[in-house]
Write a protein that binds this ligand. Sequence first.
Ligand code: AMP
Length: 285
Amino acid sequence: MDVIVAGDRAELAEARRALGIGGPASPGKAALALVPTMGALHEGHRSLMRLAGEHAEHVAVSIFVNPLQFGPGEDFSRYPRTFDADLEVCAAEGVSMVFAPAAEDLYLPDRQVGVSAGEMGAVVEGAFRPGHLDGVLTVVLKLFNLVRPDVAVFGQKDAQQLAMIRRMVADLDLPISVVGAPTLREADGLALSSRNRYLSPEERGTATVLSRALFAGAGQRTPGEIRRVARAVLEEEPSVAVDYLVLVDPATFAEVGEGHTGEAILAVAARVGSTRLIDNVTIGL
Ligand code: AMP
C-alpha cells in the first residue's frame, strides 16, 4: 500500500511534491509574485513591482478599485483611474501580467460569503472605516485564488492592511509568502499615495505635517514621549483633522504599553482639506 499519510503542514507539502503536484511557495525564487493595487500607479507601486521581481520569475499586477473596501461617502467614485498610463508603468517595469477585472465580473450579484477581519479589523483604521478591512481581505483572497501567486507583495504604507493579510495567510493556511515593502516618500517626507493628487498646492505643503510628526515621534525613547511629541507636531497644523495617532504592536495593532520592548508602529490618519491621508513609521523600543 503506497498511500502517503500526511499528519501536518510540512508532510502535506512533501506529499504534494512527491505526487508531482507542486507545493506551497518554496524559499527559493518562486514562479509568480502578485502586487495588488488600485491603479493610479506611482513610484511606490513601482518599488513593489521591483521587489516582487526579486522574489519570482514573473510579476503580476492587479489593478482593481475594490468597491467593497470603500464606505458610503468615501472616494470610490472619484478615485483616480488612469489605466492606460498604469499599463505603461507595468510594461516599463517588466511586469508579465496585469489582471484588471470589472467589478461585475469579480463579484456575483448575490454574493454571500466574505472574509471577516475579526476584532483586529475593528481597531485603528478599522474603527474609522468600518468594514474596510473585511473588504480588503475578501478581495485579496479572491485575487490570490484567481491569480494563484506564490508570493504577494504589500506596502508597509498600509501597515494594518499588511498585518491583517499576514494574519489571514496564517489563520486560513494560504500557501503564499507575504513580503512587506518599505514606504517610498517624496523628498520632503510625504508618503507617496494615489490620493496625493487630490491635494491643492497649499494642502500639499500642509500634508508634510503627518511625516514630520511621525519622524519627531520616532526620535523619542518611550511610548509616552513618542505619542506626546508626535501629537505636539500635529497640533502645529490646526487645520489638519486627526482621525488617530497611535503607537501599536506591529502584529496585533493593539496599543503598546509604557514597558513595551521590540518594534512598535506609530501610525497616523488625518484629513488635509477633504483628503484623508495615512502614514506610519516603525520604531524599535
Ligand atoms: P493602493 O493602490 O493604494 O491600494 O496600493 C497598492 C500597494 O502599494 C499596497 O500594498 C500599498 O501599501 C502600496 N503602497 C502604496 N503607497 C506606497 C508607498 N508610498 N510606498 C510603498 N508602497 C506603497
